[in-house]
Design a protein around this ligand. Structure first.
Ligand code: FEO
Length: 391
């Protein structure tokens, strides 16, 4: 299916309605799309990115139906969901040159075994002319690989951003229509993919702020015909501002940690504090990642297994440590049978996080009267900390 974006620019990628997992890790409740764009210039035509190898056939059919030559194939990002069909395109369009940057070339040679003579490498801000259209490359490393770049079509004022500003959302809407739905999907995408690179994104937003942008065309999800919608959302997500919310994650083996979690939830609600609970045995980790984008505090309920934390809780701590949310406070609670080194594990697994560790409440067996008092103290501490965030 080929769809016209504007005159002489077509969306030629594929919608993946059924995909439910990315990187064998990230849940995709709404599927995704791999957007590729064909631009017809008065002298040259270019294809921006390709699709996941599973959707190669669709891309080829789309290109065939347009029946245009391809002079340049642009790779904005070497990850296979965008680059996977490059070898086939180069085979079917032997005249096409593959344009990327030096790092992108290394990746593509390494990952897809593309031969060196196919490449043209570009520098930051370099432009290529298609005759009546000009494409400028803007390097945006680490969103989310070291080679990532975006491209600005000067005459039409369209910014092609590949992963940046994308959303894992399979939809028949070529352009954003259901803003609420797209906001959630884009926030999930940010949380899972982009959040570790907040400071790099801040630099990239500064780089593009002087461009006049009429449209942002990412490589996942619908196109933004109102670019401020997604740029403002990113400005908010990457800012240091946190919300006075508590994300409470727990796993419980014999109910002791669950009772503590439920007590904390009630106390927080009684104090008027928004709490977002997740029982780890039932949690979509994407939902947890979304909740952690803005929350000032994360509480993790961890039962001890043998001598250390329950592996499910450790998985979440590991995940948060690599996603690097802007969370300010971390609280640990849970129950053990005869001892353990849970706290040491937590300290070793949170080295990326700039957090203050609140007084842990790790108790023996089922919670007793004094243990509930410790949990009350923890809630009081959170209340104080959140109050101090008043801006
Ligand atoms: Fe959509 Fe980083 O690939």
């Amino acid at each position: 299916m080929v769809r016209e974006v504007i005159k002489d620019i077509w969306a030629v990628g594929a919608i993946d309605w059924d995909r439910r997992l990315f990187d064998e890790l990230i849940p995709l409740p709404d599927g995704t799309s791999y957007n590729a764009y064909l631009i017809k210039g008065s002298e040259k035509n270019i294809l921006i990115d390709t699709v996941d190898p599973t959707k190669e056939k669709e891309l080829l059919e789309n290109l065939k139906s347009l029946n245009l030559k391809i002079d340049y194939l642009i790779s904005l990002h070497a990850e296979q969901d965008h680059s996977g069909a490059i070898p086939k395109i180069l085979e079917l369009y032997p005249e096409a040159k593959l344009i990327t940057n030096k790092k992108g070339k290394e990746f593509l040679m390494d990952l897809l075994l593309i031969s060196e003579e196919k490449f043209i490498t570009v520098e930051d801000n370099e432009k290529i002319s298609l005759g009546n259209k000009t494409l400028q490359f803007i390097f945006t490393p680490w969103v989310h690989w070291p080679e990532t770049m975006i491209a600005y079509l000067l005459e039409d004022k369209i910014l092609f951003t590949c992963d940046l500003f994308g959303s894992h959302l399979a939809t028949s809407d070529l352009f954003v229509k259901d803003k609420e739905k797209v906001y959630e999907a884009a926030k999930r995408y940010y949380a899972e993919i982009m959040m570790p690179f907040r400071s790099q994104i801040r630099n990239h937003l500064n780089k593009i702020k002087n461009l006049e942008i009429k449209m942002i065309a990412p490589s996942h999800g619908p196109i933004y015909s109102e670019p401020d919608f997604i740029i403002n959302a990113y400005e908010d997500w990457i800012s240091d501002k946190v919300k006075k919310e508590v994300v409470l994650v727990y796993v419980s083996m014999h109910n002791s940690t669950r009772v503590m979690a439920e007590f904390l939830i009630s106390e927080l609600i009684n104090c008027g504090i928004k709490v977002i609970p997740f029982n780890l045995t039932k949690t979509d980790i994407g939902e947890l990642a979304i909740a952690s984008v803005d929350a000032a505090t994360v509480l993790i309920g961890i039962p001890t297994v043998l001598t250390g934390p329950h592996p499910a809780a450790l998985f979440v701590i590991y995940l948060l440590n690599i996603l690097k949310p802007k969370t300010k406070y971390l609280g640990i609670f849970g129950s053990y049978g005869w001892g353990g080194k849970t706290l040491e594990f937590i300290k070793n697994f949170t080295t990326n996080l700039k957090i203050e560790l609140l007084p842990p409440v790790l108790i023996k067996g089922y919670p007793k009267k004094d243990d509930f008092l410790l949990l009350k103290d923890l809630v009081e501490k959170i209340k104080e900390k959140l109050k101090a965030l008043d801006f």
